[in-house]
Design a protein around this ligand. Structure first.
Ligand code: NMX
Ligand code: MLT
Length: 428
């Protein structure tokens, strides 16, 4: 049996050996050329980061090690975190030990609830999540040990301690936010007999939540776990941690990036979009009516939420996994029917819109997830990105632990001014 700490230790040795080989073969080998369009265009397509937790292929989507969405979507989130950070799924005993460790760290300090309860009533749940994590920063083991003076090669061990403390508290924190923000504020106690996802479902206390809702939540927490290193939230979290700001700062920062409508908030926007269609046109809407509706939205200058991607060039396999879940569990739901109808009309519209400028006309993960949550009784769509965040914190933590373990330096690319470009490049 190997504990998560031993698993990460062994994984770091393998990764370091690979890096040594890569450097021996050619530290100066070119991987990417950067043109002016890219320095003004969000660095799209520039290969400039190493991230060993996961990889997004434009055509087959998310890969965690050798596993694609199809072959990890049945797992538990705890198993996924183990895979992200050690490169292997845990054996049964290691999994039980890891779950037990998380259970012992699950208690959220009272002062966090005091902070959250004192916020304005209409504070966005993502602000509450980010602030909840940040308010616990004084608990950082990394910060405490760093102040005492620790060797660089041991940074990852204290980053792991912070990661376990944060991950363990997330289900209680997220459920508490839901109950304070949308319920009567009475919290439901954590149950050590349940797993990480099961506990979140239990503490949310959704009335009539049935077995399928628990299955959906497990799937949801697995599918959103990580999406390589360049997405806004993971990159932000890594940049912050690269300054040796501890994981509480880094996780909170990553969540702040996830809260934007072009990133994680798209799932909230998507459900709003679907509900509006349901209200104005119903789930019986014809293909022609739906096409006209979508074109109107585009012509008004808005994006179609849940469609497009900076890396993917096909339907997101995470969307496909949610669609399969919907077909099997709630094919008669209005929201699911509309999300499915949108899938049959939007890609063709986007392909031809803006003279083919939209790089990926296909749906991403956000195009389907909210419809399923809504069907199973989680109707407060401004909460949806919190669930994305709970899952994505696994990726932030694993990425930062591995980067610290590999001694990666502070991230600091070079920027230039227009004046510099005009004076130094042949663009006049
Ligand atoms: N609807 C309308 N226009 C779009 C869409 C869309 N769904 N996707 C891209 N475009 C536009 C984009 O706004 C840009 O227009 P302009 O040059 O006028 O600014 C043009 O197409 C080219 O953009 P791309 O190169 O295709 O996309 P980019 O890599 O810059 O952005 C997204 C990727 C995901 C930000 C973009 O596709 C988008 O805004 N999608 C809708 C929001 C969304 O679903 N976000 C969730 C992403 C997944 N997640 O969970 O984080
Ligand atoms: C994600 O899961 O982070 C999104 O698909 C956005 C991205 O990868 O850029």
């Amino acid at each position: 049996m190997s504990s998560i700490k031993e698993g990460i230790h062994d994984h770091l040795i393998e990764l370091q050996e690979e890096i040594d080989c890569i450097f021996t073969a050619g530290r100066n080998t070119k991987v990417s050329e950067v043109n002016i369009g890219q320095i003004y265009g969000g660095m799209r397509g520039v290969v400039a980061l190493a991230c060993n937790t996961s990889y997004v292929d434009p055509y087959s989507g998310l890969h965690i090690g050798d596993y694609t969405t199809d072959n990890f979507s049945h797992k538990l989130p705890e198993e996924i975190f183990f895979l992200l950070s050690t490169g292997k799924f845990p054996e049964a005993e290691s999994l039980a030990e890891f779950q037990n460790d998380l259970n012992q760290r699950a208690q959220v300090p009272q002062y966090v609830w005091d902070v959250l309860r004192n916020l304005p009533r209409d504070t966005h749940p993502m602000t509450m999540l980010s602030l909840g994590i940040l308010s616990m920063e004084n608990e950082s083991v990394f910060k405490r040990e760093y102040q005492k003076g620790i060797e660089k090669r041991n940074y990852w061990k204290y980053t792991l301690e912070d990661a376990l403390n944060i991950l363990a508290k997330l289900p209680s924190l997220a459920a508490g936010i839901y109950r304070i923000r949308f319920g009567n504020g009475v919290l439901i106690a954590h149950d050590s007999k349940l797993d990480w996802s099961g506990n979140l479902v239990h503490m949310l206390g959704i009335p009539d939540g049935d077995k399928s809702f628990a299955d959906l939540m497990r799937l949801y927490l697995v599918l959103h776990c990580d999406h390589e290193g360049g997405n806004v939230s993971a990159f932000t979290s890594r940049v912050v941690n690269s300054a040796l700001s501890d994981l509480y700062y880094a996780v909170s920062a990553g969540l702040n990036g996830l809260a934007g409508p072009l990133h994680g908030l798209a799932n909230q926007e998507c459900l709003q979009f679907i509900l509006k269609i349901d209200e104005q046109l119903s789930d019986q809407v014809s293909e022609e009516e739906l096409k006209a509706y979508v074109l109107d939205v585009l012509d008004s200058g808005k994006v179609i939420p849940g469609y497009g991607h900076a890396v993917l060039r096909v339907t997101d396999p995470r969307f496909t996994a949610f669609m399969k879940f919907g077909e099997e569990n709630c094919s008669n739901s209005s929201c699911f029917k509309i999300a499915k109808k949108l899938f049959s009309v939007v890609p063709d519209i986007l392909k031809n819109y803006k003279e083919g400028k939209i790089a990926n006309p296909y749906p991403n993960v956000d195009a389907m997830s909210g419809s399923l949550l809504h069907h199973f009784g989680l109707k407060q769509f401004d909460y949806y990105t919190v669930l994305f965040g709970v899952s994505r914190v696994m990726g932030f933590c694993a990425q930062n632990i591995l980067a610290q373990g590999l001694g990666q330096p502070i991230i600091r690319p070079k920027s230039v001014t227009n004046k510099w470009v005009l004076e130094n490049l042949a663009v006049k």
